[in-house]
Design a protein around this ligand. Structure first.
Ligand code: IFM
Length: 437
């Protein structure tokens, strides 16, 4: 690694991230069924129909995982709380074991000198709420605020930071327009409703946390750089629209009190009643913003219905996901979010990393190079005036990569999914060395 701790500002938080369904093992501890369980059980949705029933068994092995983070020299751990573990029915009576688990986790982090960064929702919606329409139902904002209160009454006094929802684009677009994630819908009306309700839910969750006195509340969005496939005005417009519903829609809602006009040309007719009146709720003041960044896309126009474009393969080296490696995009989004929307709020890279077909006998040099290049882009953004306060590696360990099952390995720590043995990879050791310097 070509960086030292002293290359970053004082107090900069180096962290690793995971999410509940991807690592905990949802068959343990009284968690309720989630829409990911039913999505995965439906033929054709997930590679080998794999699900999160056992995952990395972090539910039982969490102490070992926290020890590994401490030994690596990290400052913080970004994890999520499972709605279905805490409220198996989505509402009503909490599962005491679920709350106890997150309570132990937070205390375990603090005892090891690791700052707990919590995200309340990372995609495992309880099925009773999915049955009521899930993110299409406007009431989800209230259900989510109630869930927020239950969790934060228990751990909100001890967390370093809190965010309501991980990656609203995935909750809205990827899951309701593209159908690649649960609930697997491909419907523009469902998309418009989910894209809006994920932001009203964010707003009510922030209000619930403020009412409890929770400090350091932010939002975590994902960003992808859109390159036009060629020099034509049609390709430029196609890439611009991709940027609109991916990057500008959520930032616009959170910070500008409006959705982008180009996106509303398509979604406008399908929006829920009264959506224009919700921006005061959505735009709750925030203390920080987190950016998840991995890749760029090449966008080509098509003759199809709105949005009338498609992704085509690009020329750059790719990760195991087939994602192009483009660190300049991280620098672009850090400076653009700061200058256009957040203007001085602390920013965090809340996810960055790559999947690689890792084996235990071959060092993961590709991941070391990927992280090095992205950390250099982050340092450049800091030099350019961006108030970047932390950097989070995705992921602490190999885990359930959603519709792609267990074969896409994002971890700094290798997990053998037969034995569940953890083995730190070369990237873990390289980061530990840099963080100790
Ligand atoms: O694994 C996911 C994570 O759940 C959300 N952000 C992107 C990661 C890699 O695809």
């Amino acid at each position: 690694m070509h960086f030292k701790r002293s290359d970053f500002p004082n107090g900069f938080q180096f962290a690793a991230a995971t999410s509940s369904y991807q690592i905990e093992g949802h068959s343990f501890g009284g968690a309720g069924t989630t829409h990911w369980d039913t999505f995965a059980a439906t033929p054709g949705n997930v590679v080998r129909a794999e699900d999160g029933a056992v995952a990395c068994d972090h539910y039982h092995r969490w102490e070992e995982d926290l020890d590994l983070m401490q030994a690596m020299g990290l400052d913080a751990y970004r994890f999520s709380t499972s709605w279905a573990r805490v409220l198996p029915e989505g509402r009503g009576t909490p599962n005491a074991d679920g709350l106890d688990f997150y309570d132990r986790l937070v205390d375990g982090l603090l005892a090891r000198g690791l700052n707990p960064m919590v995200t309340l929702y990372h995609w495992e919606l309880p099925v009773p709420l999915a049955d009521l329409g899930g993110w299409r139902n406007p009431d989800i904002a209230h259900w989510f605020a109630d869930f927020t209160t239950v969790v934060m009454e228990r751990i909100g006094d001890r967390v370093f930071s809190a965010a309501p929802v991980n990656e609203p684009w995935c909750v809205g677009w990827l899951s309701h327009f593209m159908g690649h994630q649960a609930p697997g819908l491909r419907d523009i009306r469902a998309t418009a409703h989910a894209m809006h309700h994920v932001l009203t839910a964010h707003g009510r969750s922030v209000q619930a946390m403020r009412a409890l006195g929770v400090k350091n509340i932010g939002a975590v969005c994902n960003f992808e750089y859109a390159h036009p496939v060629d020099d034509t005005p049609e390709a430029a417009a196609a890439a611009r629209l991709y940027d609109g519903y991916y990057n500008r829609f959520f930032m616009g809602g959170l910070f500008k009190g409006a959705y982008p006009e180009d996106v509303m040309e398509g979604l406008g007719p399908h929006m829920p009643k009264g959506w224009e009146d919700d921006f005061a709720l959505i735009g709750q003041p925030l203390d920080w913003v987190g950016l998840n960044y991995y890749t760029c896309k090449r966008i080509a126009p098509t003759d199809g219905p709105w949005p009338a474009h498609e992704e085509v393969p690009g020329p750059l080296p790719k990760t195991q996901m087939g994602w192009e490696i483009y660190p300049d995009g991280l620098h672009h989004f850090l400076t653009w979010v700061h200058e256009t929307y957040t203007r001085g709020l602390p920013l965090y890279v809340t996810e960055n990393g790559m999947a690689n077909p890792d084996t235990l006998d071959v060092p993961d040099q590709a991941r070391i190079d990927y992280l090095d290049a992205h950390l250099a882009a982050a340092r450049q953004a800091i030099a350019d005036g961006v108030p970047l306060a932390g950097y989070t590696f995705w992921s602490l360990m190999d885990n359930y990569e959603w519709a792609l099952g267990y074969e896409k390995r994002f971890g700094l720590i290798h997990v053998d999914f037969e034995t569940l043995k953890r083995t730190p990879k070369a990237s873990y050791h390289a980061l530990a060395k840099a963080l100790a310097s």
